[in-house]
Design a protein around this ligand. Structure first.
Ligand code: OAD
Length: 238
């Protein structure tokens, strides 16, 4: 048995953490990519071709997210993170539910749907302060774009993320299908550097890990993290 203290933890979340808040995942039943083609709504080429259509799609998602509330899974992560400044949260999600649960310094590697930016002068705007249906930059009159990473673009904060991975002794993956790189290989990097891995998912993705919990994050995380917090460590078989 190995007991690891509750620090130097790298938490990666995906769409599954927000599913119980009513926000659709990307893949699987009810997934966003069943109803939309990635190349129509999530690529720079699609935006250049028809920015109005892209903004219609994003405004619909923004409105949905603004009405959504964090669930017990988000709050459980907040409780764990509050234990140490060496527990880091990296999310592939563009929603703000981790922040609404009270977590600061969330690393949004795929961007943040609540902001937009000007592709020309890079000025950033809160989506609450942009004009519909087609938002324009007040500085240079260009069409703004959502501040999200599209297919074919590089995720943000990668240098910081790889640095955190090297310092992690525990890697926790919550609600991600492992289909999108580079996030899909973070656990392999952490493992190769000696970290133990923990996966929580509604389905068995077949990914090898030291601990795996099958079920809803909103049910599993509060129980699991409270157990770890009361013991003061995470126990692994080897
Ligand atoms: P996916 O939709 O690919 O996967 C969501 C995962 O969450 C699946 O494995 C589900 O089984 C699981 N899940 C669903 N509900 C759950 C729950 N209540 N508790 C626990 N797990 C649950 O979403 P991501 O893996 O996040 O990228 O997708 C990765 C990236 O692909 C996204 O960030 C997005 C997308 O295209 C960009 O937009 C760049």
């Amino acid at each position: 048995m190995i007991k690891l203290p509750l620090k130097n933890i790298f938490i990666l979340t995906g769409a599954g953490i927000s599913a119980e808040s009513g926000i659709a995942t990307f893949r699987g039943t009810g997934g966003l990519w069943n109803n939309y083609r990635i190349e129509d709504v999530a690529t720079p080429a699609a935006f250049n071709k028809n920015p109005s259509l892209i903004w219609e799609f994003y405004f619909e998602r923004i409105d949905k997210i603004r009405k959504s509330k964090p669930n017990d899974g988000h709050y459980a992560i907040k409780k764990l993170i509050s234990l140490s400044k060496n527990i880091h949260l990296i999310t592939q999600n563009v929603d703000d539910l981790h922040e609404k649960a009270g977590i600061k310094n969330v690393i949004h590697m795929h961007g943040d749907i609540m902001t937009a930016f000007c592709p020309k002068c890079k000025k950033k705007y809160s989506v609450t302060r942009i004009k519909r249906p087609l938002p324009m930059c007040k500085q240079c009159d260009s069409i703004l774009r959502p501040n999200v990473v599209w297919f074919g673009e590089k995720p943000i904060y990668l240098e910081k993320i790889y640095n955190l991975l090297t310092k992690s002794s525990v890697f926790i993956s919550i609600g991600t299908s492992g289909n999108v790189y580079p996030a899909a290989e973070f656990h392999l990097i952490a493992k190769s550097l000696g970290a133990r891995t923990v996966f929580i998912n509604l389905e068995d993705t077949g990914i090898q890990s030291d601990l795996f919990f099958l079920g809803k994050a909103g049910i599993i995380l509060p129980q699991l993290f409270d157990k770890w917090i009361s013991k003061g460590y995470i126990e692994f078989n080897k």
